[in-house]
Design a protein around this ligand. Structure first.
Ligand SMILES: Cc1cc2nc3c(=O)[nH]c(=O)nc-3n(C[C@H](O)[C@H](O)[C@H](O)COP(=O)(O)OP(=O)(O)OC[C@H]3O[C@@H](n4cnc5c(N)ncnc54)[C@H](O)[C@@H]3O)c2cc1C
Length: 542
């Protein structure tokens, strides 16, 4: 089973690593000071917490301590720190792996009778506390969907493919490749995240510009709640009342379990390529991105790093080559200096199509005083894009903590929002006399605006508990600033436990009540993942 190779207390698979370059460490040391407190090196043994007796709610319940620990937390920085530090406060009382939707329905009905809480578990890659078990709660069953996986139906003529919820990214693409098709959904967590998790969190992949977000791909789905089931049939389009599929997308296990999803798939392109360029500064970079989207250049991805992220990209060798010194002098001559921003842009299709689309994008770059870097940075990025998450664990080993958060804003507010958020994050630990280094990029542009994705770094404190407290201060400050500015709490990570107390600020009390009413209808006892979405309490340090 693939899960046996998964790293506990860290991203990905055992034996894989992405160590930081010397230049990156120098960059961090210059901004944050020397790292003094390495995080505990690897997962501590599972806490000795007795499992409540779940009776016969499922035929096959695992109470194995490692299985319970694996399912106790997701993949947020705090989850990793808690597992490494032996500070996991609670474990699920059991893990069950149903084989089909009927078994899911039976398990949920029995759990409702016995007041057992159920947390649907896809790939466990949540970075919002979405699968976390809380101390002092009622008994908890983790419902791992890995056995309901694979391509179950294909309507090739219509480009509709139906998948089980536990199907992971590589399984999706492998199954579709046999039919010369692709989904085109490549979140950075692609290797481990599942179809059910994508739908439940409204995920967005790195090539969303070309293929859309997951909600653009969902044609129909089935949801099983403890009391009722909901079937949203697949139609190319429909005006039959409000779109109930949209109610389920983003429901994070709160309404029930997504047991089947029919996705819109595309013909697999012959090839794909990503090219790079440098723009003089972020504002001009944003203008170029906006123009590329408005002009409909049919690119599959665009990713614009701010100047800080560009420096880090250079530090990991993304835009480096043996020509770097010469290029540096040339850029200086063209007026591109320390504010330079790296832009990556990609296209898919046959060779002529790719060449044509990248050429048109380069023309836009030039019209904004940018300089093309060719395809080398793109090749480098494509090679490493699913390895970057391993960097977090390597930095923790040394004593630097890193995490990300994301939002979206209309074009008219993107520049100001980026500046405001950067300041809030950078100053969040000033009372501790600690600095926070912040990077930002735009990677999901739309006609009316774009996502803003922030990566931040700070030094680990002497204890894991204090490091978690530092992180929570940054998150609280950022969540407060997001809702105060009217920006969204999340562009694609979802709400989970960690954004939930701020949700009413974004969608209003009426919005929260409507979701709660839907949850009551499908799950009258409120057993389904009850601490996500609608949880008023701040659980950042729980
Ligand atoms: C390194 C890293 C990179 C990431 N990059 C991206 C990215 O590029 N884009 C992006 O969108 N996200 C990204 N994420 C976040 C995460 O991968 C997504 O939220 C993903 O969609 C979660 O899928 P999962 O299968 O792991 O779900 P889980 O983490 O298992 O669950 C997430 C939530 O969905 C619920 N859930 C899961 N399956 C079901 C189901 N079948 N029915 C009902 N509810 C269910 C859970 O109860 C939980 O509330 C990243 C995370 C990490 C750690």
């Amino acid at each position: 089973m693939e899960t046996s190779r998964r790293r506990l207390g860290g991203w990905g698979f055992e034996g894989e690593a992405y160590p930081p370059s010397e230049q990156l460490l120098t960059w961090l040391e210059k901004r944050l000071g020397p790292a003094l407190n390495p995080a505990p090196p690897k997962a501590a043994p599972p806490p000795d917490l007795a499992a409540a007796d779940l009776g016969d709610v499922a035929a096959d319940i695992s109470a194995d301590p490692i299985d319970r620990l694996t399912h106790a937390r997701g993949q947020g920085l705090v989850d990793v720190l808690r597992i490494r530090g032996g500070l996991v406060p609670a474990l699920p009382d059991g893990v069950c792996r149903p084989r089909d939707a009927e078994e899911v329905a039976a398990v949920l009905a029995r759990c409702a009778e016995r007041d057992i809480r159920v947390i649907p578990w896809g790939g466990g890659t949540s970075v919002t506390g979405g699968v976390n078990v809380l101390a002092g709660d009622a008994p908890v069953l983790s419902l791992d969907l890995e056995r309901i996986a694979g391509l179950t139906a294909l309507d090739q003529r219509s480009g509709l493919a139906t998948f089980g919820p536990g199907t992971r990214g590589p399984q999706v693409e492998a199954a579709l490749a046999e039919h010369k098709l692709t989904l085109g959904h490549f979140p950075q967590s692609w290797e481990l995240a599942t179809v059910g998790g994508w739908v439940a969190t409204r995920s967005s992949g790195q090539e969303s510009l070309g293929y859309g977000r997951i909600e653009d791909m969902v044609a129909g789905l089935d949801l099983v709640g403890p009391d009722r089931r909901l079937r949203v049939p697949a139609h190319p389009a429909s005006a039959a009342g409000p779109d109930l599929g949209r109610l389920v997308m983003g429901s994070e296990g709160r309404l029930g379990v997504i047991t089947e999803t029919t996705l819109r798939v595309r013909l697999r392109p012959e090839g794909a390529a990503v090219a790079g360029a440098l723009l003089p500064d972020f504002d001009r970079g944003l203008d170029a991105v906006r123009e590329m989207v408005m002009d409909g250049l049919s690119l599959t991805l665009i990713r614009l790093s701010d100047a800080s992220e560009t420096q880090v990209a250079m530090a990991v060798g993304l835009a480096e080559s043996r020509w770097t010194p010469i290029v540096g002098r040339y850029l200086g001559f063209r007026g591109i200096g320390n504010d330079a921003c790296l832009l990556l842009f990609g296209a898919a299709g046959d060779r002529d199509t790719i060449d044509d689309r990248l050429r048109r994008a380069r023309m836009v770059v030039r019209s904004h005083r940018g300089v093309s870097l060719g395809r080398r940075p793109g090749r480098h990025w494509l090679r490493d894009r699913f390895r970057h998450p391993y960097l977090r664990e390597s930095l923790l080993d040394l004593g630097y903590a890193t995490d990300t958060l994301e939002t979206a804003a209309p074009w008219s507010r993107a520049v100001n929002l980026r500046g405001a958020l950067r300041s809030v994050i950078a100053d969040a630990l000033a009372d501790n006399d600690e600095r926070v280094a912040v990077l930002c990029h735009v990677s999901h542009p739309y006609p009316d605006g774009a996502s803003l994705y922030f990566t931040f770094f700070f030094r680990c404190a002497p204890s894991v508990g204090e490091t978690i407290a530092r992180w929570a201060r940054v998150k609280r400050a950022a969540n407060d600033a997001l809702v105060a500015s009217g920006a969204t709490l999340s562009h694609h990570h979802g709400i989970g436990q960690w954004h939930a107390p701020w949700l009413a600020d974004e969608i209003g009390d009426e919005g929260v009540d409507l979701i709660a009413a839907a949850a009551r209808r499908l799950d009258s006892k409120g057993i389904m993942n009850p601490h996500v979405l609608l949880e008023p309490e701040d659980r950042l340090e729980a």
